[in-house]
Design a protein around this ligand. Sequence first.
Ligand code: PAF
Length: 281
Amino acid sequence: MRITVARTPADLEAFRGGVVVPTMGALHAGHGALIEHASRLAGDSPVVATIFVNPTQFNESRDFDTYPRDLEHDLALAAGAGATCVFAPDVDTVYPAGRDVPVPDLPPVATEPGLEDAHRPGHFQGVCQVVARLFDLTSPTRALFGEKDWQQLAVVRAMARATHPGTEIVGSPTVREAGGLAMSSRNQRLGAADRRRASAISAALAEASRWPSSTRDAEANARRVLLENDLEAEYCVIRDAETLLEASPGRPARALIAAPLGDARLIDNAPWPGFAIPAGA
Ligand code: PAF
């Protein structure tokens, strides 16, 4: 399939108003599924995958420096999944010298839950800054984000409501490896033994769903599964699926886990069936 590689805002002219999939590259089958989802939604409109390793959202320069980059591989994957354009700008195009690229006001879900916001200070500032800038450059009608980064999805959804109301934010389901590990570009940093231990994270999420009558029991038992696999969680919690604050009866809830493992930091989440909304409510 033919794909256009856009490097500058002018190159994007013919591709505005379509469906956008923002990524940092190092594309894997999870991104492939996102782009396929975007193509299904797009009909005849353009499908633009953006590839930009955004320096303003990294907490550690080592993480930024070692973030995997492979544009040739990414172009082939994006084209195969149905993208019509890959926007791969350099840093000066996204952040032109001498011009301030605004950081939108952060919504409460970016600062209050004490999850990624607490463990990666400044991260959502960088994410909101680059996503708003990419939306300005591509003017999408819809933009797709993976559910694996659940708090990011909630943050971008809340931000876009305020800054880009013409862009609908669509979540796309997490794609998993055979053992249950959620696909992520950072999984490339895991050796074989760590990869086996990493599948305890999805097992812990499954365990949480076996304790639907108490958030405390669900959290404790999920944490037990992690510890049995020598994984110490940064957080392992049941929260309201939208605000990411305390879960409450009658509202959808989510189990969320973050755990460091070797050179990687893994995050994952799943719906939590407790507090289910009663049928007919
Ligand atoms: O999820 C990501 O890959 C990044 O945070 C995003 C949304 C592309 C912004 O740089």
